[in-house]
Write a protein that binds this ligand. Structure first.
Ligand SMILES: Nc1ncnc2c1ncn2[C@@H]1O[C@H](COP(=O)(O)OP(=O)(O)OP(=O)(O)O)[C@@H](O)[C@H]1O
Length: 436
């Protein structure tokens, strides 16, 4: 394909994008200004193309100049270009084949509707029970006949650490109207030699123990639910027995030749991706297929629920500490949404507790967040005064006049404000005939 056709494709691509695209040459002169940019800023292509970007925008243009100077791209910089409009910006320098700088591209994603939605969801209580609302599955969404709600159906909850598997299991137990206990067992904390008796109990005669100690966790969960956390750490021989128990719905206490009926529901958890644990032989095929498997998404896959979860954990922490539940500003919600949450719900809980401890102001600002999740804003990146070289001559002249007026004619201070040397300012004052 010839390069001109390729250019035609790129041009259509850029103009059809929903993100605002600005392309400037190495002097900051606008080469491209797509339709989304026209919509976002209310300035037409005809007005911008061929002009210096600095004549229209200060901070945005500075970022383009900065990446051209540093050669380092910037990602996900948050900016509120006008009140109520929220964007995140990616900017990259562009080089030709000889590695010479030829300009820069900035792509701005308008996240206003998302930020507004988050703020709305955060501020409008739904009137539902928060605990259950905070689960990735809604009670009414779970079909009565689905394995998730069907009583006594063994269910394996798969997901990364801290996604809420245990809470989900407890909720299934409670909402299933079980009479018996919810008994949880962390399989990786039990020495492998003891796990069988821990689960199945043992025959009193074989060990001479008291009657109370005969019951294993399966027995203690009579008419209730047993939750086996980290199923993949159960020794393989015990896994085979468990698969058999699920199949027969009966089990043998250790040392006994008489089987007893299984009267509880078995729920278990394992990390994702479960298939790799099965492939590695850490979970036997028999046991894996004895369960229905349900994937619990990580927090970064269910960010739409962040406002609810924030509200839940904030109110829990506030109640514990006897404090008021603070408002979260849209800037904070944007920062929380941009973060990836590798630690899932416990990390979110922790951050909400941190906010309650440190926040003195209402609403909470992004400064109240732990440093790793504070937003980089355009203002952070472009804090210094506006250097003169970003503007065209006409605008440059106006800026010099303004700087001189602001400093009462003090040329040294005006030069500092414009980020140029005093000598350069004298030269420009003369060039623009401002010395009369
Ligand atoms: N729906 C919910 N409502 C309230 N708190 C919740 C909810 N879901 C999870 N949590 C909280 O999130 C934290 C992590 O949840 P949980 O212990 O259930 O995760 P997990 O996936 O079982 O963790 P692990 O991988 O360590 O076994 C807990 O503090 C729990 O109280």
């Amino acid at each position: 394909m010839n390069p001109n056709s390729m250019n035609a494709f790129f041009e259509v691509l850029i103009h059809s994008m929903n993100d605002a695209v600005t392309i400037v040459d190495a002097d900051g002169v606008v080469l491209y200004w797509n339709e989304a940019a026209e919509r976002t800023y209310g300035i037409t292509r005809e007005e911008t193309v061929g002009k210096r970007i600095g004549d229209f925008f200060t901070r945005e243009s500075l970022m383009l100049y900065q990446v051209m100077e540093s050669g380092i791209p910037v990602r996900n910089v948050y900016h509120e270009p006008r009140p109520g409009m929220h964007v995140t910006i990616n900017t990259d320098p562009v080089y030709n084949e000889q590695q010479e700088l030829i300009g820069a591209i900035s792509i701005e994603r308008n996240i206003t509707s998302y930020v507004k939605l988050s703020a709305e969801l955060y501020s409008k209580p739904t009137g539902q029970n928060l605990e259950s609302y905070a689960f990735p599955f809604k009670k009414e969404e779970i079909d009565e006949t689905s394995p998730m709600s069907t009583l006594n159906y063994p269910l394996l909850l798969v997901g990364h650490t801290g996604v809420g598997k245990r809470s989900m299991a407890e909720w299934l137990h409670q909402s299933g109207g079980k009479q018996g206990n919810f008994v949880s067992i962390s399989c990786n904390s039990i020495p492998s030699g003891l796990i069988d008796s821990e689960l199945f109990g043992f025959h009193a005669e074989a060990y001479g123990e008291t009657a109370d100690k005969q019951l294993g966790k399966l027995g203690l969960a009579h008419d209730g639910t047993i939750y086996l956390r980290d199923l993949h750490t159960v020794p393989l021989a015990t896994q085979e027995k468990l698969a058999q128990v699920i199949h027969d719905r009966r089990y043998y206490p250790v040392g006994s030749t008489t089987s007893v009926p299984l009267t509880c529901r078995i729920l278990a958890s394992a990390p994702a991706p479960i298939e790799s644990y099965v492939a590695q032989g850490l979970i036997t095929q028999d046991l894996y297929y004895a369960f229905q498997t349900t994937y619990i998404p990580s927090l970064q896959e269910r960010k739409q629920e962040l406002p609810e979860l924030c509200r839940l954990f904030l109110s829990q922490a506030a109640e514990q500490m006897g404090k008021r539940v603070p408002e979260l500003s849209s800037e904070v919600m944007t920062a929380l949404t941009s973060y990836n949450w590798p630690g899932n719900l416990p990390e979110l809980k922790n951050v909400m507790e941190h906010i309650i401890i440190v926040s003195m102001n209402h609403p909470v600002s992004s400064q109240d967040l732990p440093p790793a999740m504070r937003l980089t804003t355009l203002t952070d990146l472009t804090e210094q005064a506006v250097p003169l070289h970003v503007h065209s001559e006409e605008v440059e002249r106006a800026h010099i006049i303004e700087a001189l007026e602001r400093t009462g004619g003090n040329k040294a201070r005006a030069a500092r404000l414009l980020s140029i040397s005093r000598g350069a300012l004298y030269y420009k004052i003369k060039q623009y005939g401002l010395d009369g």
